[in-house]
Write a protein that binds this ligand. Structure first.
Ligand code: 4NP
Length: 161
């Protein structure tokens, strides 16, 4: 079992989108029992809240249901549970690294390390318009596809037919 945690600032826009997108793509790839996903924020302002309405409605247009998700804050226990902690932007990445225990065994990376484009960050859409929410979905879909392809490639190398 591989456990993947997506991290943003508020856990109401980007990381819940990544959780919902990856969960559906894993189902489609037949990997739901192999890779588990979750999301959280580095901040606590929105703990307990549903994703932002603009996030829910953009995701719905792309076929992802985020309505059941609830925001939570990154905790010390997450470093024990997760193999990959994937941050949306460099500020989130720095915060995840700062609070990681020295003996953390997993990988802390930017989500877009798994995407084909040149962008490093999934930009925070919270204070912007609809185009920002669209960009979030597009970048996240590309990165999730990249993550799954890399996982499948590594599994086939680890256990050749
Ligand atoms: P997220 O977006 O980190 O993608 O969930 C944000 C949500 C809320 C705030 C900032 C970013 N906020 O300042 O409340």
């Amino acid at each position: 079992m591989t456990n993947v945690l997506f991290v943003c600032l508020g856990n109401i826009c980007r990381s819940p989108t990544a959780e919902g997108v990856m969960r559906k793509k894993l189902q489609q790839a037949g990997l739901s029992d192999t890779i588990k996903v979750d999301s959280c924020g580095t901040g606590s302002w929105h703990v307990g809240s549903s994703p932002d309405e603009r996030t829910i409605s953009m995701a719905e247009q792309y076929g992802y249901d985020l309505s059941e998700l609830r925001a939570r804050k990154l905790s010390a226990n997450d470093y024990l549970r997760f193999d990959y902690i994937l941050a949306m932007d460099t500020r989130n990445l720095a915060d995840v690294i700062k609070t990681a225990p020295a003996d953390f065994q997993g990988e802390i990376k930017l989500l877009l390390d798994f995407a084909p484009g040149d962008e490093l960050e999934v930009p925070d859409p919270y204070f912007g318009g609809e185009s920002g929410f669209l960009r979030v979905i597009q970048l996240i879909e590309a990165a999730c596809d990249g993550f799954i392809s890399q996982y499948q490639l590594n599994s086939s190398i680890d256990s050749p037919a």
